[in-house]
Design a protein around this ligand. Structure first.
Ligand code: NDP
Length: 279
């Protein structure tokens, strides 16, 4: 499975580990560190986290899990929209670096749109790039209008990704957002790739899982990895599921499988359809 080339010419791995909800419950901490550590040792190349997750705790857990492995990893974190001002982005990044026990992030994302003008946030991201504290920057949860506005404001045209809700059941991005991003070489980082587990009982997924001697989670992830420019970041705190999810990289769906999935989970055909699905 080839990495994706970003506008900066750097490359980003296509399958990684999510960390949402980690760090929220002290009694789970050891299990969370162990799951991430196992994933890294099993070959995961990307970790996605955010200052929001557990209010910094998920970054601490990530930092602990990746100790000794930083150089093998592509590290993504996100800052709050209320930290998107020129000075706040810099200090938020420095706090994240300390928690993650690293000197740079590979990718730093605006978590969702707030009230700070994009041009101001971008100035701070350029500065962090020049200082070597981040390699690439991007956004999350931007719809088409916001994405276009971000690209217009970005004088370097180096937006690496838009991290959005995207899975077989939630294909709103297919209507207009993803085609626009593809035209700019902006990758789509799919969050909730398993629809937080809700997808996994679907009969068509079960049928294909049986056909491939795989699991339904692996079929859902293989579908994402069959989409051009898409990165998937499933989260699990169970070792066997982490392994299962990473093994999905080996699973190649046939044209027939993809056709079946497209019929069971059709992409929106109009803006109205895309909006209806959002609810
Ligand atoms: P996912 O679609 O990755 O699903 C996670 C849930 O599925 C957990 O309950 C997990 O349980 C379960 N699960 C994981 N693997 C399996 C498996 N193989 N079989 C059965 N169940 C499984 O949802 P997330 O919301 O976690 O999204 C992934 C990541 O995306 C997040 O962790 C975060 O990093 C990012 N994200 C970003 C957002 C944004 O606004 N930018 C919003 C949401 C997520 P268990 O842990 O018990 O195994």
């Amino acid at each position: 499975m080839a990495d994706i080339q970003l506008p900066s010419q750097k490359r980003i791995p296509r399958l990684g580990l999510g960390t949402w909800y980690m760090g929220e419950n002290k009694s789970q901490r050891q299990q969370e560190v162990a799951a991430l550590r196992f994933g890294i040792e099993y070959g995961a190349k990307l970790i996605d986290t955010a200052e929001m997750y557990g209010e910094g705790e998920a970054e601490l857990i990530t930092g602990e899990a990746m100790r000794g492995y930083r150089d093998n990893l592509y590290l993504v974190s996100k800052f709050y929209p209320h930290h998107a001002g020129r000075k706040q982005v810099i200090t938020a990044c420095e706090r994240s670096l300390r928690r993650l026990n690293t000197d740079h992030l590979d990718l730093y994302l605006l978590h969702w749109r707030g009230s700070v003008p994009f041009a101001e946030t971008l100035e701070a991201l350029y500065q962090l790039r020049e200082q070597g504290k981040i390699v690439d920057y991007g956004v999350s949860n931007l719809d088409l209008d916001d994405m276009q506005e971000w690209c217009d404001a970005d004088q370097l045209s180096l937006c690496a990704t838009n991290q959005v809700l995207y899975n077989l059941k939630r294909r709103e991005a297919d209507y207009a957002l993803k085609p626009f991003m593809d035209s700019k070489q902006i990758s789509l980082m799919a969050y909730c790739p398993l629809d937080q587990g809700h997808l996994l009982q679907h009969p068509v997924l079960r049928q294909l899982a049986e056909r491939h001697d795989a699991t339904t989670a692996q079929i859902a992830l293989a579908w994402l990895l069959a989409q051009k420019g898409v990165i998937a970041i499933p989260k699990s705190t169970h070792l066997e599921r982490v392994k299962e999810n990473l093994d999905a990289a080996e699973l190649l769906l046939t044209q027939d499988d993809l056709h079946l999935l497209n019929e069971a989970f059709p992409q929106p055909k109009s803006a109205r359809d895309a909006q209806l699905q959002m609810r």
